[in-house]
Design a binder for this molecule. Sequence first.
Ligand code: BGC
Length: 434
Amino acid sequence: MHELAGFILSEPQILEIASRFQKAMTDGLAGKSSSLKMLPSFLTKPTGQEKGTYLAVDFGGTNVRVITVEIQGNGAYRTLRRLSFPLQDRSKGYDLTTRETAGSDLFQFIAGQMNAILEPGQTYPLGFTFSFPSRQTGVNQAVLIKWTKEIQTSGVEGHDVAELLQKALVRKNIIQVIPRAIINDTVGTLLTASYSDRYADIGSICGTGHNTCYLEPGYPMTGKPMIINIESGNFSELPATGYDLQLDRQSQIPGEQRLEKMVGGQYIGELTRIIIQDFINKKLLFTYGRPEIFFTPNEIKCEIMARQLADKSPELTDIAQWLKTTCQIHHSLLEERRTLRTVASIVIIRSIQLIAATYIGMLKHIDPNLEKRHTIAIDGSLYELMPGYANMLSITIKNILKDKSNLITTKLTKNGSGVGAAIAAAIVDDARVD
Ligand code: BGC
């Protein structure tokens, strides 16, 4: 399958990507031209002693989560109430993520829903996780630079989303919620991990989207430590294959989020579909038919890839079952099933290798001789649920960093984006002099 040769990265290639990434970080920080935006969060790590009850809104995709959290000090916290709601629901006939929807309507919808978990008479300081590239001028201001993850709602790009939410709260007459901080989900993940782990200095999301933040020891504008949202999903100095170029061309924002399109859950199913479609066109697969699913954009989701990778049976019986029920291929050959599984695993392995390369680049930026311990806190469906993903990511880093690798821990930090927003609001509260 020479078509797939470009997907397999050697160790020197991974190191080369790591060093390009490291240079792009330095350039971005210095304000030079770079695909890395290096956005300041106006936050540093928590002490672990912050306390109080907070409301957190987590908006990072088509599902919004709202939680109330009690931050207890000593690195402990407890979720009190939670609520989750979709921004699109075909059965109810609404979709707030399209260009036809106004941003003000989207935020009023969120404010209205969030009302449901508020206790009457209680005041809630709010931490808002907004997981899209946003330029912050303070801890509670964030102007959306550009939507990612295929969201297109009008009137939000170029606007302060904290202000949009604030206006929506006023319009819905919700006066018990007081916005304190707005953060990216990577920052939330790092804040949550570092609330109880002093070595945590990198926070990352490997899910629908992909991005990483880190604690910059000396932010150029202030000379002090600052958590920086790298927006690493936009990294572009990468060895892209023809399949990647095709996916990029057909996406909402061609030319942008190049790394995310090679590694993120939103895209890798589609990438797999494009490869299989090419194989069918070249008569390398399913020569006796034209299964529509492989010719329909966005029909292959990364859950299907997870299912294919989980099939360890000698005859790949679950893949056969899927081909039968979903693709109407009743008599697939074992060879064909093996090809499907190989394509899925090659796409996943490259996702892991590319992400490992970026982590290595940032570790070398923070600690050039790798002398200290570092925890990389990671959340997201790919990392948590894709068979073998977490383990292989850690092995890839180990293989490359060799004897230095025992200083590096990668760990799952679940729900960090919500809890982290509450911690951010608590950090702001502690710094206030009323
Ligand atoms: C966004 C990031 C976000 C990441 C993970 C990307 O599409 O640009 O801001 O952190 O997704 O949710």
